[in-house]
Design a protein around this ligand. Structure first.
Ligand code: 7TS
Length: 410
């Protein structure tokens, strides 16, 4: 029996995404904004529709059949997430509304332990969602934010990280793949270094989760955050993974239904994990849809995903670099999924609007990573971010349009 999994034909993958049949301004859609959100395969939308049309019910509370069925599906999705990231137990998987809420949960909850003068390390290439919550807790507690700088390639300066790690460090929160640069950070090595000083680590894998297999046991991080909508799932649902002992240390952040065992006006006793950190009726349909998205990724397989995306990164980088006056922002040795660029004489927003006229969707702006823009002394970049359904022809179309734009502006 051959052990190698077959590489799936990209036409089969593309057929799973009905939106790719669409025309924008009378041109076939080229969707290169996957870092903002991925497209959704029909199976995910169908599964969500099935839940709302035929199975809708609240969970964890009814003894009637529909509620029991919805509970089974919801908890079944938790098991799918557990297996997907190789967590030890389902209790280590907390459903949230997305990466942003997952990070805020840890900050607001773990942050209660911070004292004046404690130090928290983040990096210069974080998404705002991994900057602002830490600044807020620093303001409240007197803790101090320390920032790992980066170099001109958009790589973190590892020696500076080592210098920042001291006895004062109480937490380290780091992005795996930068959404503005595409840089893949050496997080395993960084987690190991933090652990030498018993510093807990949160990894933001929002931009990694659909591009590379992630094994939390191997990484050994205390916490990890990601969003369903960047991995072919619905918006409004995400995950906070935490090692059981780390989650157990977290005081509940939100109070309400489902997170309690008993309530009296004298004393409330909290529920076990994971319910203790999931107050109120959750996004049941979204969680079930996320489970379906995980099944979809598993069906396509990492071998296919990595082959397609590795080739696209090389091809897209070559193609765009060949355009006169175009500068790629983020040239790290290890990159994934994202090609950010800047063109002399054309504002990124003009690029975005003009490529849209040719049916091409890219994102332009600061990508919620303003410190990255500041480092490169530019107001914004244009960003092509790709996924499993993108093709070399997509980059040919983008390059052709960019060449036209260049001529228009010169
Ligand atoms: N962390 C990273 C690395 C991200 O790229 C994003 C979203 C977030 C956190 C926040 O995720 P959310 O689902 O909670 O909003 N990044 C982008 C982007 O690059 N373009 O739009 C959203």
């Amino acid at each position: 029996m051959p052990t190698e999994k077959m590489i799936m034909d990209q036409q089969i993958i593309r057929a799973d995404f009905p939106i790719l049949m669409k025309e924008i301004h009378d041109k076939p859609l080229v969707y290169l904004d996957n870092a903002a959100t991925t497209l959704k395969p029909a199976c995910v939308a169908d599964r969500i529709a099935q839940h709302y049309l035929l199975e809708a019910s609240n969970i964890h509370r009814g003894v009637h059949s529909l509620s029991e069925e919805a509970t089974k599906d919801y908890e079944g999705a938790r098991e799918k997430v557990r297996a997907f990231i190789n967590a030890e137990e389902t209790a280590e998987v907390i459903f949230t509304s997305g990466t942003t809420e997952s990070i805020n949960l840890v900050v607001n909850s773990y942050g209660q332990f911070f004292r004046e003068g404690d130090e928290i390390i983040i990096s210069e290439m974080e998404h705002h969602s991994n900057i602002v919550p830490w600044q807020m807790i620093c303001e409240q507690t007197g803790a101090v934010l320390k920032v790992i700088p980066m170099n001109d390639q958009g790589e973190l300066v590892y020696e500076e990280f080592e210098k920042l790690l001291t006895e004062k460090t109480k937490f380290f929160s780091i992005v795996y793949v930068s959404n503005a640069l595409g840089t893949i950070n050496p997080i395993k090595k960084m987690i190991d270094a933090a652990h030498q000083l018993d510093v807990p680590v949160l990894v933001d894998v929002a931009q990694a989760i659909a591009h590379t297999p992630i094994d939390v046991k191997d990484l050994d991080c205390e916490f990890m955050a990601f969003s369903g909508h960047k991995m072919f799932g619905p918006t409004g649902v995400g995950v906070l993974y935490g090692k059981k002992e780390s989650l157990e240390r977290l005081p509940p952040w939100k109070g309400g239904g489902d997170m309690i065992l008993s309530v009296t006006f004298e004393k409330t006793i909290y529920n076990q994990l994971p319910a203790r950190l999931e107050a109120g009726t959750p996004n049941i349909g979204g969680v079930i849809g996320l489970g379906e998205a995980i099944d979809y990724i598993n069906k396509v397989g990492w071998q296919t995903i990595e082959k397609i995306e590795d080739e696209l990164l090389v091809y897209g980088t070559e193609k765009l670099s060949a355009i006169d006056g175009l500068r790629i922002i983020g040239t790290a040795e290890k990159k994934a999924g994202v090609i950010s660029f800047y063109m002399d004489d054309v504002h990124p927003h003009d690029i975005g609007t003009l490529v849209d006229q040719d049916g091409i969707a890219i994102r332009t702006g600061h990508h919620c990573a303003q410190p990255v823009m500041k480092y490169f002394s530019i107001p914004a970049t244009a960003r092509a971010s790709f996924s499993i359904y993108n093709t070399k022809e997509d980059f040919d179309r983008l390059a052709e349009t960019l060449n036209k734009i260049k001529e228009m502006f010169s």
